[in-house]
Design a protein around this ligand. Structure first.
Ligand code: GN1
Ligand code: MG
Length: 367
């Protein structure tokens, strides 16, 4: 074994990383954590003078987040803002956001001996994230949490945020990227998924609808989360109260519709995002209604008429966009999203397109 790597529970993490943060203790445990498709996440436990303290260590995927320094600046500013507003509201900020730990150079980022960037934050006890909704009322609470999150950020100075991934939800530019990939067909996989490719191309007209409404001034640009799937919502394991939204790397100027739509994409489905049996994958209108009710209880009075009108469409758009990204990555050779089996991204794309078809029928929306 490479002596610079620490191995615990079959997980490897460079030793300099473990010692790279302002944590005064002896390492006791490391394990992999979470199901994110981008960054690699670990649970790391230390004995700090007889007291066990737990942290989350994350290796930032710099192929996706090309500006880790600016990215950390964003998320530190955003979490500080949430902490301050929570205190001002007379509430305890401890479980209302994540708390980053400084690295030994005084920043919040540690560059390891291999040139990889890491960050660490305090692990909140007795928390859980769900991969699928178990009770409708939990999803309603997730909707309340998103509305609350957007409200807290409504006075955040957007010009202090860097765009961590330019054009992240610019669906028009996503379609262009997709077209380049299918034309190049670098892995020779297009032929096996031509039906899915056509599904995307037939719906290209969806791509500009929200952008046009933004350009027309009917949909405002707000500071939004941009990646609101249910497994980015932290809940208390025992009370099922929603604590906070995590995975703040894509917090940047965007549309409230992207957040609402992405939540529905992932949460208002009867199956997991990567379910292989499409008979199990259905859009669940009751879950849509529950989330919408919770979301509007917080955000309803700030949304414009056009935003309210576009809520159902936003669910289709975000599901279409995500399916197109999964399919594009499959055809490209799986360079972006982590996969754990061959064809994983194609499976993910197929669930998204099944949900798009269901939603089109349910809402009576066409491209
Ligand atoms: C990625 O990092 P994670 O797993 O929370 C992706 C989202 C997709 C999502 C699909 C930075 O989110 O945009 O909607 O996978 N994040 C990035 O599950 O691309
Ligand atoms: Mg995540």
């Amino acid at each position: 074994m490479d002596s610079n790597l620490i191995k615990a529970n079959d997980v490897l993490i460079p030793e300099d990383v473990v010692n790279g943060f302002e944590i005064d203790g002896t390492l006791t445990e490391i394990k992999r954590l979470g199901n994110g498709h981008i960054n690699r996440t670990y649970f790391v436990s230390f004995d700090e003078n007889g007291v066990m303290s737990d942290y989350v260590f994350q290796r930032i995927n710099t192929k996706v987040f090309k500006m880790p320094v600016e990215l950390m600046n964003n998320v530190v500013l955003v979490t500080e803002h949430i902490r301050r507003k929570t205190k001002e509201a007379g509430e305890d900020p401890e479980r209302a956001t994540i708390h980053f730990v400084r690295s030994k150079d005084g920043t919040y980022l540690y560059k390891d001996n291999n040139g990889e960037y890491w960050r660490a934050y305090r692990f909140l006890d007795n928390c859980i994230v769900y991969e699928q909704v178990e009770r409708n009322e939990d999803f309603e609470k997730a909707g309340v949490a998103l509305g609350h999150f957007q409200k807290m950020l409504s006075d955040f100075p957007a010009d202090e945020l860097c765009e961590t991934i330019p054009n992240f939800h610019n669906t028009v530019s996503r379609v262009k990227d997709f077209e380049k990939i299918i034309d190049a067909d670098p892995s020779g996989r297009r032929a096996e998924c031509e039906a899915e490719v056509q599904f995307v191309l037939e719906r290209r007209a969806y791509a500009s609808r929200v952008l046009d409404a933004i350009a027309a001034g009917e949909v405002p640009v707000r500071v939004t989360h941009n990646d609101t799937k249910l497994n980015n919502v932290l809940m208390d394991k025992y009370t099922n109260e929603v604590l906070c939204l995590i995975d703040l790397d894509t917090v940047m100027p965007g549309s409230a519709l992207y957040d609402f739509g992405d939540s529905i994409r992932f949460g208002a489905s009867s199956a997991a995002e990567d379910e292989q049996d499409l008979n199990k994958v259905n859009f669940v209108p009751e879950l849509y209604d529950a989330y919408k009710k919770g979301y509007l209880s917080e955000a309803g009075d700030v949304l414009t008429e056009k935003e309210l009108e576009l809520l159902p469409f936003s669910a289709i758009l975000m599901t279409y966009e995500c399916g197109m990204r999964f399919l594009g990555d499959h055809i490209d050779g799986d360079n972006y999203f982590s996969i754990s089996r061959p064809g994983h991204n194609l499976d993910r794309a197929r669930t998204q397109f099944k949900l798009v078809s269901d939603m089109e029928k349910y809402f009576g929306i066409k491209a």
